[in-house]
Ligand binder design. Structure first.
Ligand code: ADE
Ligand code: ZN
Length: 337
């Protein structure tokens, strides 16, 4: 049976790979630009959308970072998070673990506490809206390891507001081991850890080996190049490592969604999840990603249900909470047409 959009929208799901800064929609961007008197070079939604010209990760990041100048005070960060929760509700997202990039803000003079307190106010509003939301603090891998460590130390007074630590931005010449020391410390001090291994990077497979065997991540963000190494696939199956895949994002920064790889890994029993990455830029929220993947790669209803279950299984919640969400999915699937 083919899987309808309606079924996918209603399916209870967790989102594990969403950059809050990547959920900055043109409408909010323009509103904040006006409020904060920031010239972003565009003044209409059409002009903002026309500026979204990217063919790879580097060209995407060149459009992505300058737009963040519109985020100035706590209310702005809070508004951005709430804007996402309003969307997430429509996609029946029950739980989310959201990336944010403090260095993209502190490097332009916004204090760390403004960023974290603003986002956390949004997180609390999200919880009032019925979404169990959490934050993952990412380091920008094209900045120095010292800067990552400084950011880590700045975050410690706010550690009850941060569930995990991640690594994003431009992977070219910025391998995971550059950040071994800060990730080692974060793990020892009780944070969950994940890292981006973006698609088709120079030495992707070496980076995936290192995040698994040397850093010891619990999840990999993207990471589908792993199919090139059967021993690494066996390793992730044995250790139940989650993959936070983003098919529509992949189709913007590479030549395809990498759906064949996702389907292969899913059928091997890997914890493949589907997520939206930077939905405002790729104009695709989580259910749209599920639907794009399912329709292009002919996923069965059971495959789609398994992906939703995986989203909770790969999340950082208790085993009891995982069981409850899986029961919720089974109940939904039994009733839905
Ligand atoms: N920052 C936002 N989206 C990203 C991605 N897909 N890869 C790396 N860094 C990012
Ligand atoms: Zn990402």
């Amino acid at each position: 049976m083919s899987v309808t959009k309606e079924f996918i929208y209603g399916l209870p799901k967790a989102e594990l790979h969403l950059h809050l800064e990547g959920s900055l929609e043109p409408e909010l961007k323009l509103r904040l630009a006006q409020k904060n008197k920031v010239d972003i070079g565009q003044s209409t939604i059409e002009e903002v959308k026309a500026s979204y010209q990217f063919t790879d990760l580097t060209s995407f990041l060149k459009v992505y970072y300058p737009a963040m100048n519109v985020l100035q005070d706590e209310d702005d960060f809070c508004a951005l998070a709430v804007d996402y929760f309003e969307k997430a509700k429509k996609h029946n997202v029950k739980h989310c673990e959201l990336f944010f990039d403090p260095q993209a803000h502190t490097s332009r003079g916004v204090p760390f506490e403004t960023v974290i307190n603003g986002y956390y106010k949004g997180i609390e509003k999200g919880r009032e809206m019925g979404i169990d939301a959490h934050l993952i603090m990412c380091f920008l891998r094209d900045m120095t390891a010292d800067s990552a460590m400084e950011t880590y130390k700045a975050a410690l007074p706010f550690r009850d507001k941060i569930l995990g630590i991640g690594l994003d931005s431009d992977e070219r010449d910025n391998p995971p081991l550059k950040f071994a020391e800060v990730f080692d410390r974060a793990k020892r001090e009780g944070f969950h850890v994940t890292m981006h291994c973006d698609i088709d990077q120079k030495n992707s497979i070496g980076h995936i080996y290192d995040v698994l065997h040397k850093i010891g991540v619990e999840r990999i963000d993207h990471g589908t190049n792993i199919v090139e190494d059967p021993a690494l696939v066996d390793y992730v199956l044995a250790h139940r490592i989650g993959f936070t895949c983003c098919p529509v994002s992949n189709s913007f920064v590479t030549e395809d969604m990498k759906g064949r790889e996702m389907k292969y890994l899913l059928q091997r029993g890997a914890l493949i999840t589907v997520n939206s990455d930077d939905p405002a830029y790729f104009q695709s929220y989580i259910s749209d990603d599920y639907h794009a993947l399912a329709s292009k790669y002919e996923l069965s209803r059971e495959d789609v249900i398994q992906i939703a279950k995986n989203s909770f299984l790969a999340s950082w919640i208790s085993d009891e909470a995982k069981r409850n969400y899986i029961r919720m999915i089974d109940e939904y699937a039994a009733k839905a047409v």
